[in-house]
Design a binder for this molecule. Structure first.
Ligand SMILES: CC(C)(COP(=O)(O)OP(=O)(O)OC[C@H]1O[C@@H](n2cnc3c(N)ncnc32)[C@H](O)[C@@H]1OP(=O)(O)O)[C@@H](O)C(=O)NCCC(=O)NCCS
Length: 166
Protein backbone atom coordinates (compact mmCIF):
# COMPACT_ATOMS: atom_id res chain seq x y z
CA UNK A 1 0.00 0.00 0.00
CA UNK A 2 1.39 3.39 -0.95
CA UNK A 3 1.15 6.56 1.08
CA UNK A 4 -2.33 8.08 1.12
CA UNK A 5 -2.55 11.24 -1.00
CA UNK A 6 -5.35 13.74 -0.44
CA UNK A 7 -6.27 15.66 -3.55
CA UNK A 8 -9.74 16.71 -2.46
CA UNK A 9 -9.51 20.19 -0.93
CA UNK A 10 -12.62 19.47 1.14
CA UNK A 11 -10.96 16.51 2.89
CA UNK A 12 -10.69 17.14 6.67
CA UNK A 13 -8.05 19.76 7.33
CA UNK A 14 -7.04 19.17 10.96
CA UNK A 15 -3.80 17.26 10.89
CA UNK A 16 -3.06 18.08 7.24
CA UNK A 17 -2.79 21.80 7.78
CA UNK A 18 0.56 23.37 8.64
CA UNK A 19 1.35 26.97 9.58
CA UNK A 20 4.48 28.79 8.54
CA UNK A 21 5.62 32.39 7.97
CA UNK A 22 5.02 33.68 4.45
CA UNK A 23 8.06 34.59 2.36
CA UNK A 24 8.52 37.77 0.28
CA UNK A 25 8.48 35.60 -2.86
CA UNK A 26 4.86 34.72 -2.09
CA UNK A 27 3.50 38.28 -2.46
CA UNK A 28 1.74 37.48 -5.75
CA UNK A 29 0.00 34.35 -4.50
CA UNK A 30 -1.07 36.12 -1.30
CA UNK A 31 -2.52 38.94 -3.39
CA UNK A 32 -4.37 36.44 -5.60
CA UNK A 33 -5.83 34.63 -2.55
CA UNK A 34 -6.97 37.95 -1.06
CA UNK A 35 -8.66 38.92 -4.32
CA UNK A 36 -10.38 35.55 -4.80
CA UNK A 37 -11.52 35.45 -1.17
CA UNK A 38 -13.09 38.91 -1.36
CA UNK A 39 -14.68 38.46 -4.78
CA UNK A 40 -16.13 35.05 -3.91
CA UNK A 41 -16.70 34.96 -0.14
CA UNK A 42 -17.42 38.61 0.66
CA UNK A 43 -19.40 39.50 -2.48
CA UNK A 44 -22.69 37.98 -1.23
CA UNK A 45 -22.67 40.44 1.70
CA UNK A 46 -21.34 43.50 -0.14
CA UNK A 47 -22.51 43.03 -3.70
CA UNK A 48 -20.15 42.47 -6.59
CA UNK A 49 -19.40 46.19 -7.16
CA UNK A 50 -18.34 46.96 -3.58
CA UNK A 51 -16.46 43.67 -3.28
CA UNK A 52 -14.51 44.57 -6.41
CA UNK A 53 -13.70 48.01 -4.97
CA UNK A 54 -12.43 46.34 -1.80
CA UNK A 55 -10.43 43.72 -3.69
CA UNK A 56 -8.87 46.24 -6.02
CA UNK A 57 -8.50 49.02 -3.46
CA UNK A 58 -5.02 47.82 -2.61
CA UNK A 59 -2.45 46.05 -4.69
CA UNK A 60 0.87 44.31 -4.38
CA UNK A 61 2.32 47.12 -2.26
CA UNK A 62 -0.30 46.33 0.41
CA UNK A 63 1.03 42.76 0.62
CA UNK A 64 4.67 43.79 0.45
CA UNK A 65 4.12 46.22 3.32
CA UNK A 66 2.43 43.46 5.34
CA UNK A 67 5.34 41.09 4.69
CA UNK A 68 7.85 43.79 5.53
CA UNK A 69 6.29 45.34 8.63
CA UNK A 70 3.94 42.75 10.07
CA UNK A 71 3.76 39.01 10.68
CA UNK A 72 2.13 37.06 7.86
CA UNK A 73 1.38 33.36 8.34
CA UNK A 74 0.13 30.94 5.71
CA UNK A 75 -1.85 27.73 6.20
CA UNK A 76 -0.50 25.08 3.88
CA UNK A 77 -1.60 21.66 2.89
CA UNK A 78 1.17 19.97 0.97
CA UNK A 79 2.35 22.53 -1.58
CA UNK A 80 -0.94 24.42 -1.55
CA UNK A 81 -1.67 27.62 0.32
CA UNK A 82 -5.18 27.52 1.80
CA UNK A 83 -5.15 31.02 3.25
CA UNK A 84 -3.21 33.62 5.21
CA UNK A 85 -3.41 35.87 8.20
CA UNK A 86 -1.63 39.15 8.99
CA UNK A 87 -0.82 40.19 12.56
CA UNK A 88 0.23 43.67 13.68
CA UNK A 89 1.00 43.68 17.42
CA UNK A 90 -2.37 42.82 19.04
CA UNK A 91 -4.36 43.19 15.82
CA UNK A 92 -5.45 40.76 13.16
CA UNK A 93 -5.10 43.00 10.12
CA UNK A 94 -6.19 40.52 7.47
CA UNK A 95 -7.52 36.99 7.11
CA UNK A 96 -8.20 35.44 3.73
CA UNK A 97 -9.10 31.90 2.73
CA UNK A 98 -9.05 30.52 -0.81
CA UNK A 99 -12.65 29.88 -1.84
CA UNK A 100 -11.91 26.19 -2.61
CA UNK A 101 -10.81 25.85 1.00
CA UNK A 102 -13.68 27.78 2.57
CA UNK A 103 -15.76 26.40 5.44
CA UNK A 104 -13.56 23.48 6.27
CA UNK A 105 -11.80 25.14 9.19
CA UNK A 106 -8.86 26.91 7.52
CA UNK A 107 -9.99 30.39 8.64
CA UNK A 108 -10.55 29.15 12.20
CA UNK A 109 -7.13 27.48 12.28
CA UNK A 110 -5.42 30.65 11.02
CA UNK A 111 -7.29 32.77 13.54
CA UNK A 112 -6.38 30.43 16.43
CA UNK A 113 -2.77 30.55 15.32
CA UNK A 114 -2.80 34.36 15.19
CA UNK A 115 -4.37 34.50 18.66
CA UNK A 116 -1.70 32.25 20.10
CA UNK A 117 1.06 34.37 18.53
CA UNK A 118 -0.53 37.51 19.95
CA UNK A 119 -0.90 35.91 23.37
CA UNK A 120 2.72 34.69 23.31
CA UNK A 121 3.80 38.28 22.62
CA UNK A 122 2.19 39.26 25.93
CA UNK A 123 -1.07 40.84 24.79
CA UNK A 124 -4.28 40.22 26.70
CA UNK A 125 -6.71 40.95 23.89
CA UNK A 126 -6.99 40.68 20.11
CA UNK A 127 -8.55 43.48 18.09
CA UNK A 128 -9.76 43.49 14.52
CA UNK A 129 -12.21 45.15 12.15
CA UNK A 130 -14.65 42.52 10.92
CA UNK A 131 -15.98 42.77 7.41
CA UNK A 132 -19.76 42.40 7.12
CA UNK A 133 -19.53 38.87 5.75
CA UNK A 134 -17.12 37.78 8.48
CA UNK A 135 -19.08 39.07 11.50
CA UNK A 136 -20.84 35.71 12.16
CA UNK A 137 -17.49 33.95 11.83
CA UNK A 138 -15.86 36.15 14.50
CA UNK A 139 -18.90 36.16 16.80
CA UNK A 140 -18.78 32.36 16.73
CA UNK A 141 -15.13 32.48 17.78
CA UNK A 142 -15.48 34.53 20.93
CA UNK A 143 -15.22 38.08 19.53
CA UNK A 144 -17.54 40.85 20.65
CA UNK A 145 -18.53 43.94 18.74
CA UNK A 146 -17.26 47.12 20.37
CA UNK A 147 -20.30 49.16 19.47
CA UNK A 148 -20.61 52.19 17.30
CA UNK A 149 -21.08 52.20 13.59
CA UNK A 150 -18.92 50.05 11.37
CA UNK A 151 -16.16 52.02 9.67
CA UNK A 152 -14.95 51.56 6.10
CA UNK A 153 -12.65 48.92 7.49
CA UNK A 154 -15.46 46.99 9.14
CA UNK A 155 -16.93 46.57 12.61
CA UNK A 156 -14.40 46.91 15.44
CA UNK A 157 -14.31 43.71 17.50
CA UNK A 158 -12.24 42.40 20.36
CA UNK A 159 -11.57 39.11 22.11
CA UNK A 160 -10.04 38.66 25.53
CA UNK A 161 -7.31 36.04 25.39
CA UNK A 162 -7.03 33.21 27.85
CA UNK A 163 -10.81 32.72 27.93
CA UNK A 164 -12.12 29.27 27.18
CA UNK A 165 -14.30 30.66 24.38
CA UNK A 166 -13.80 29.08 20.92
C1 LIG B 1 -14.19 34.82 6.82
C2 LIG B 1 -13.29 33.70 6.32
C3 LIG B 1 -11.85 33.99 6.68
C4 LIG B 1 -13.75 32.38 6.98
O1 LIG B 1 -12.86 31.36 6.58
P1 LIG B 1 -13.30 29.82 6.56
O2 LIG B 1 -12.08 29.01 6.34
O3 LIG B 1 -14.41 29.61 5.60
O4 LIG B 1 -13.85 29.62 8.02
P2 LIG B 1 -14.01 28.24 8.81
O5 LIG B 1 -14.23 27.13 7.84
O6 LIG B 1 -12.89 28.09 9.76
O7 LIG B 1 -15.30 28.52 9.65
C5 LIG B 1 -16.52 28.50 8.98
C6 LIG B 1 -17.55 28.91 9.98
O8 LIG B 1 -17.53 30.34 10.08
C7 LIG B 1 -18.84 30.83 9.89
N1 LIG B 1 -18.87 31.48 8.59
C8 LIG B 1 -17.85 31.58 7.69
N2 LIG B 1 -18.27 32.31 6.62
C9 LIG B 1 -19.55 32.62 6.88
C10 LIG B 1 -20.53 33.35 6.17
N3 LIG B 1 -20.27 33.90 4.97
N4 LIG B 1 -21.74 33.49 6.70
C11 LIG B 1 -22.03 32.92 7.90
N5 LIG B 1 -21.15 32.23 8.62
C12 LIG B 1 -19.93 32.08 8.12
C13 LIG B 1 -19.74 29.65 10.01
O9 LIG B 1 -20.02 29.48 11.38
C14 LIG B 1 -18.91 28.51 9.53
O10 LIG B 1 -19.20 27.32 10.13
P3 LIG B 1 -20.10 26.24 9.34
O11 LIG B 1 -19.43 26.00 8.02
O12 LIG B 1 -20.10 25.08 10.26
O13 LIG B 1 -21.44 26.90 9.19
C15 LIG B 1 -13.43 33.52 4.78
O14 LIG B 1 -14.79 33.39 4.46
C16 LIG B 1 -12.86 34.65 3.95
O15 LIG B 1 -11.68 34.64 3.58
N6 LIG B 1 -13.69 35.66 3.60
C17 LIG B 1 -13.30 36.75 2.70
C18 LIG B 1 -12.29 37.69 3.32
C19 LIG B 1 -12.77 38.21 4.63
O16 LIG B 1 -13.88 38.69 4.78
N7 LIG B 1 -11.89 38.16 5.61
C20 LIG B 1 -12.14 38.67 6.93
C21 LIG B 1 -11.70 40.10 6.94
S1 LIG B 1 -12.03 40.81 8.53
Amino acid sequence: MGEEVHTDPKAPVNSLLAMRRATPAEASILLAIRREAILTLAAPAYGVGRAREWAEGSGRERIERALDLNEVWVATRGDELGGWVEIDEDRVEGLYVRPEYARIGVGSALLRHAESQIESAGHLTVALDASLNAEPFYLGRGYEALGGKPTDRGRPMRKRLGDSSP
